[in-house]
Design a binder for this molecule. Structure first.
Ligand SMILES: [Fe+2]
Ligand SMILES: [Fe+2]
Length: 179
């Protein structure tokens, strides 16, 4: 009969493999948020409609706060805030740049493309913060869990606002726009 080997147990949560995973993921999203904050002004500038530009600018202010919250989360568990390259966010940002490069300046189609890129980013953040918040709770990091949850709610709001903007006419108007 096959037996499952039980990994060695640690005395404290801080020594656990799950704790290491949590910190690694925190470093990953810290890099992601910092780079997103640098990329959002460019994305806002490329947007055609005022509604989309304003939404992106507002989310830039929130994103800067996400960076600060992550620093507070690191501090709450006595860890140094370190950013480690997040390949997923790097790829998503590159895709956003490509969409802007491939669409006409001043077109509504460009807005539809920017919304698509921005929502992929938000979904990545929602997945990341959902996991991080759960891990923080499991590890007993209450303060970090609360900080991560506040950001998670803002990511969800940003995502639904983008859906609303898309449905408020951008998708409809871009349907008949020439190539
Ligand atoms: Fe964020
Ligand atoms: Fe976000």
């Amino acid at each position: 009969m096959a037996t499952t080997k039980t990994p060695a147990q640690t005395d404290t949560v801080q020594e656990s493999a799950l704790n290491e995973l949590f910190i690694d993921e925190l470093k990953d999203i810290y890099w992601a948020e910092k780079h997103l904050a640098k990329a959002l002004p460019k994305m806002a500038k490329a947007a055609t409609s005022d509604k989309l530009r304003t939404a992106i600018e507002n989310h830039l202010a929130e994103t800067e706060n996400h960076v600060t919250r992550l620093e507070a989360a690191f501090e709450s568990i006595n860890e140094k805030a370190v950013a480690v390259k997040c390949e997923a966010m790097a790829g998503l940002l590159k895709e956003g740049d490509e969409i802007v490069a491939e669409t006409e300046k001043g077109s509504i189609t460009r807005d539809a493309g920017i919304i698509s890129a921005a929502q992929k980013i938000e979904h990545y953040e929602i997945a990341s913060y959902g996991t991080l918040k759960t891990l923080a709770s499991v590890l007993g990091y209450q303060e970090a869990a609360e900080l991560l949850d506040s950001t998670l709610q803002e990511e969800k709001n940003a995502d639904s606002l983008l859906t609303k903007i898309a449905e408020s006419g951008i998708n409809q108007s871009s349907k008949t726009e020439k190539k």
